[in-house]
Ligand binder design. Sequence first.
Ligand SMILES: [Zn+2]
Length: 416
Amino acid sequence: MSPLPESSVLYRAPWVVPVVKPPIVDGAVLCAGGRIVAVGRASRLQQEFGDVDVQDCDGVLLPGLVNAHCHLELSYLDQVARPLATETMCDWIAALLAERARQHDFGAAPAAARQMLREQHAAGVALLLDIGNDESCLAGFSLPGLERVFLLECLAPTEKAQENVLARVARLPDDLLTTAHALYSTRPEVLQALKERADRLGHCFSLHLAESVDEIMFLGGEKSCFTDFMAERGAGDFPLPVATMRQAGVTAVLAEMGLLAENLLCVHGVHLSEPDLVRLAQVRASICLCPGSNRFLRVGRAPLAQMLGLGLLPALGTDSITSNESLDLWQEMRIVREDHPETDPATVLAMATMAGARAMGRADDYGSLAPGQRAQILQVMSPDLCRATRATELIDILTGTGRPETISWLSGNPQS
Ligand SMILES: [Zn+2]
């Protein structure tokens, strides 16, 4: 019999979903010292570990979800109207900027962001990548049981902005992590400086990429809504990578700038071509899909089947409340199932958990129920889940029907 620390606890449940392995009926998770020690059939673990404190749970145990892309600082804004079929991505960005200017309230933004963080935790999120540029929302956002990684997002569409951003970033303390907004809004020198900083500080380099056709056209020097949008904002001289875009596509531009690497996290990726995906797969870069936001903004559906075929398992993100009906990863899983019905539901669950943890460089702590992972275990229940008799049926319900009726957390401590 294996010796265990006094604080060990064995959670026993009708179903345990490790994500890295098939679901286990009458399963159990053994935790000690804040970490998972073993996962398997309850009878086997009880035999192996003997007189351990046993806690019986209802429903399904699974790892906490990972929201790999959101902007909590925008939570105070009323939903910016969905663009009409005749409107463009730039119309939506202009509406968002106008709404932000109209409603800007330094008191309301942090309070709404904190509330949204609490809601994310209540919805089952254990790890969250928060991208923002509002100084009032930078610090003081911790919540026990939910790790929020904050990246200060920088844009530099003009030469003046470039000067300011480079000077500001040079003064930032190392505990304030940074990233860039997008290829169409941030000049190459700034993109490279931010990428080098991300490499030095060892975190992912998140970049909005290939979200809309207009973005791809603009980068390739074709007239799109971004042409006027940028000119109206004094960025008519933005250096466009026209030749590379026309010859080899958007990931060749990334490669040319030294941005194509394993720590790159491409957010959206709706309009990535097959050669783009091959290049991303070659360097083991990550992708985060935001299917709810893409549907809201009518920008198209990401080529998920091609991504999976190349061994790219995209993470999932909600983006902000200004471009989504709600910030709900259960809903994002459901949209993936609707938009890509050929996708294996188990893959969709892995996208909402393991893929996000990998993309953030945190797969040792989050994303699965496996020995060594943090003992932050999600317990979910609903009448449908209770009726599931087969593993495939269980995963189909978990990923295809939205948020379960009850969600609670097990922290790895006895009686918690
Ligand atoms: Zn975003």
